[in-house]
Ligand binder design. Structure first.
Ligand code: GFB
Length: 419
């Protein structure tokens, strides 16, 4: 039976149409093809772009588990926007601006929120996830319970006279939900699957889970973590823009760098031979990070010294700089370099939005011969993952900038890819 279910789910995944939307499933052919159900989700307002990418992987794995248990769930992608790090306040941005939906669909069926709305589908239920008021207790057990809404849940959704629930809903004003409940939960993608199949919610066709970051990965770093991650290929436009930049300024291309990728990520195989382009990639996290991780970051001059030494050691004279630093700080950094070092940045803010530039920055760092990042930044983590997928040697990837007073600081954990 298990084989039948697994076999069916693979077959279903391949039935995704050309327009990157989920196609109809032939219910006569596949016993798994039950009524379509839709899982929507949102993440706490304060979370950044790269933590949100991680939350996608957790929720995508919930959908995978639901489908493996025979339910026909489809993930509705939460539009991007209102991110407090973005300099330009944009909302309701679709996923296809950033990611390749065909690739996402090869892991689980996904659809844009706009397409969900076009189908005139209602949201039956909002489940607002929250922690337990009393904390974890003496041991961590996976569990969930319907509980009274704790702040801030009680202020995020309100019941109107028509007895429908209104909330943020990614800035779409005419969207509402029929029911709203708060659930205290501690657990992971699997726990969320159990919640959605619980008798209180199992009759709902479309459920939105808010504060989805409350749940963790079921098995961090396992093969399903990496499948979800590998499915998150960047949009073809962004890859193209970054490749043009590599070719023009960094003397870098996939053939010479040994970074060619097969079109379908499911056909990727383990390798450690990637060379990367002849440049040093650096993610230099500044702004709010200076407060959050002050003791773990180098000064501007200290950063320049680390980079100069590294370029000398690796015999590189080009640096690709990914940063959120203000211009004055970038200029100061550059002022410390000798003439032999060239610094490159991708700055086409006319054509690309903040999130797209972030992805191009990450892509360019991921293709460098050597990468060095910022301590515990999720922006840096995503670059390290991309390099694992591309097949770089470990030593060229898991490196961080050390603070001035600890030049031999502990290097990042090596979260290696598994297939
Ligand atoms: O992505 P993110 O969660 O990474 O948030 P951290 C950082 C955001 O800042 C990115 C911008 O999404 C970008 O909008 N940013 C940072 C960059 N570095 C770069 C860069 O090199 N290039 C470009 N183009 N943009 C956490 C936050 O950030 O830091 C938390 O998620 C909190 O909310 C904490 O603020 C202190 O993990 O680095």
């Amino acid at each position: 039976f298990l084989l039948l279910v697994l076999g069916s789910s693979v077959a279903l995944r391949s039935k995704v149409d050309q327009h990157h939307k989920v196609s109809h499933v032939d219910s006569n052919k596949y016993s798994i093809a039950a009524e379509k159900k839709f899982l929507l989700y949102d993440v706490n307002f304060g979370e950044g772009f790269n933590l949100r990418r991680d939350v996608y992987m957790r929720v995508a794995n919930t959908v995978r588990l639901l489908r493996e248990s025979g339910e026909n769930w489809i993930l509705v992608l939460p539009p991007w926007g209102r991110l407090h790090h973005w300099q330009r306040m944009q909302v309701a941005l679709s996923w296809r601006l950033f990611f390749d939906l065909e690739s996402l669909n090869r892991f689980i069926p996904v659809m844009e929120f706009e397409d969900f709305l076009d189908e005139n589908r209602p949201i039956d239920q909002v489940i607002y996830l929250q922690h337990y008021e009393e904390g974890w207790g003496t041991e961590y057990v996976r569990k969930f319970d319907e509980r009274r809404c704790l702040p801030p849940a009680d202020s995020h959704y309100r019941k109107e006279n028509d007895s429908k629930w209104r909330g943020w809903f990614y800035s779409y004003e005419d969207v509402q939900a029929s029911n709203f409940k708060c659930v205290s939960i501690q657990g992971d993608s699997g726990t969320l699957k159990d919640l959605l199949t619980h008798s209180n919610f199992s009759s709902m066709t479309s459920v939105m889970v808010d504060r989805a970051e409350t749940i963790l990965h079921e098995n961090f770093g396992d093969v399903n973590y990496w499948k979800a991650r590998r499915s998150m290929r960047y949009s073809k436009d962004l890859v193209e823009a970054a490749n043009v930049f590599r070719d023009k300024y960094l003397d870098s291309d996939d053939e010479n760098d040994d970074t060619e990728m097969v079109a379908d990520w499911r056909k990727e195989r383990a390798k450690r031979t990637a060379k990367g382009g002849p440049y040093l990639g650096i993610h230099w996290r500044r702004r709010d990070f200076l407060y959050a991780r002050h003791d773990q970051l180098p000064s501007i001059k200290g950063t320049a010294e680390i980079l100069e030494k590294l370029c000398e050691k690796l015999k590189l004279n080009r640096i690709y700089l990914a940063t959120d630093a203000p211009e004055e700080e970038v200029n100061e950094l550059k002022s410390y370099f000798g003439k032999e070092l060239q610094v490159f940045r991708f700055t086409d803010t006319q054509k690309y939005n903040d999130g797209q530039i972030a992805i191009i920055d990450q892509y360019l760092c991921a293709h460098a011969a050597h990468f060095i990042g910022s301590y515990e930044s999720t922006f840096t983590f995503r670059i390290q993952e991309d390099r694992e997928i591309l097949g770089f040697p470990i030593s060229s990837t898991f490196n961080r900038l050390c603070p001035d007073n600890i030049p031999d600081c502990e290097q990042p954990p090596k979260w290696k890819i598994v297939y």
